[in-house]
Write a protein that binds this ligand. Structure first.
Ligand SMILES: [Zn+2]
Length: 389
């Protein structure tokens, strides 16, 4: 067993359960940091949320690194940049063969766990990166990408996003073709970020269960990026999983209201962030976190505690059952609540769920079992459809 150094307050029972479970995180933006050739995932960093030492401390068994560029970058440049990020992830895996292994199936994840390695997977966050070309999608799949989030913040030419003005009434005919091709390729369809109508069009089209790789509950925090109770139920009815996002703006209504009440704050943060970082995404994320925490210290924004994550998990479980909830942190891509400062804190989730009276088997499903089940179902559908995962 590896040396464990997590925060205090975790019972021996919770620790033992956590470290014998395959913990899967379906959304992580550390890829942006990997674009800096000097960034080494193998050493512990004072900033950010994820590196190998902290994944080990947090008992992460599998992590989906996100391939992401802003939706404003389109055309062949978008495909090119996605390929560069895929290479950056693959390079980190190649550089750390003792700790990491590239995984493309649930079976790969399970064998990585047995070999005491962290399974690295990839998800493309935004359909704009395939540039309307199914061949680009096939190429992503061949390089190991195992899910695609259909949109990011902006609509794509074939699907509406939750944070843009509706333009397609959900999915277009080509959008439906994309879903069918993803089913054939064994790529999980990810409905985080998409408009509610797009979500329902996806449910009607997909031959396999789908995921919300990093979304939380709208009943607890009314953000368009979160899912309504009915959506969570309908996702579950198709066998899917909602992986709860740890971002404070999706966890806490109080935080959202405070931001809304003072729009100037957000503008000031943006200006200061750009002043410090230009357009470098990895830097912007780190600086934004610093600026928000400063405003919290000054009492201008509310302090959001990590236990809000547990509230969202518990709500989703009450709505859809323990077979349909998972973890999708958004580490290194969002603003983390106090007490979930990085990946080393993840065992707290196991501890809190045990304290709440959850059974060990339900906790193991939430930690990763449900995501692995969806992967297996997506792989089986691909076989049935004559493709190959
Ligand atoms: Zn996202």
């Amino acid at each position: 067993m590896l040396a464990v150094k997590t925060s205090d307050g975790i019972s021996p029972k919770a620790r033992a359960l956590h470290f014998r479970s395959i913990v899967v995180d379906t959304h992580d933006d550390t890829t942006q940091r990997m674009l800096d050739p000097k960034f080494d995932l193998g050493v512990r960093h004072a900033d950010g949320n994820v590196d190998i030492p902290r994944m080990r401390e947090g008992g992460l068994g599998a992590i989906f690194f996100s391939i992401w560029i802003p939706g404003t970058i389109t055309g062949p440049a978008a495909v090119q940049k996605a390929l560069e990020q895929i290479s950056a992830v693959r390079r980190q895996v190649a550089d750390h063969p003792r700790d990491l292994v590239l995984a493309t199936t649930a079976a790969d994840v399970r064998s990585a766990f047995v070999a005491h390695k962290i399974a690295v997977l990839m998800g493309v966050e935004g359909g704009h990166m395939m540039n309307g070309d199914l061949e680009a999608l096939r190429n992503f799949a061949a390089l190991g990408v195992r899910y695609m989030t259909l949109t990011h913040m902006l609509n794509v030419p074939w699907a509406d996003a939750s944070t843009d003005t509706p333009a397609h009434n959900g999915l277009t005919d080509f959008g439906r073709q994309v879903i069918r091709e993803m089913n054939r390729l064994g790529m999980i369809v990810d409905i985080s970020h998409v408009a509610d109508k797009t979500f329902y069009d996806v449910l009607a089209t997909s031959e396999a269960p789908v995921i919300a790789s990093h979304s939380s509950c709208r009943a607890l925090c009314n953000a368009p990026r979160n899912m309504t109770d009915q959506m969570i139920r309908d996702l579950a009815a198709k066998g899917g999983v909602i992986q709860i996002n740890y971002h404070i703006g999706f966890l806490s209504q109080e935080f959202r209201d405070a931001e809304k009440a003072n729009p100037q704050l957000e503008k000031d943060i943006d200006v200061e962030m750009k002043k410090r970082c230009g357009e470098v995404e990895a830097c912007q994320l780190l600086e934004k976190e610093r600026l928000i925490r400063e405003l919290v210290r000054q009492g201008k924004l509310p302090r959001v505690n990590w236990t809000r994550i547990i509230d969202h998990i518990d709500h989703a479980v009450k709505i859809a059952g323990a077979d349909h909830v998972g973890l999708g942190s958004d580490f290194d891509g969002a603003n983390m609540p106090y007490g979930m400062d990085d990946a080393s804190h993840v065992p707290q989730i196991t501890n809190a769920l045990l304290e709440k009276g959850y059974s060990e088997s339900d906790i193991q499903k939430i930690l990763g079992g449900n995501t692995l089940r969806v992967m297996e179902q997506v792989e089986a559908a691909a076989k049935r459809l004559g493709g190959h995962p």
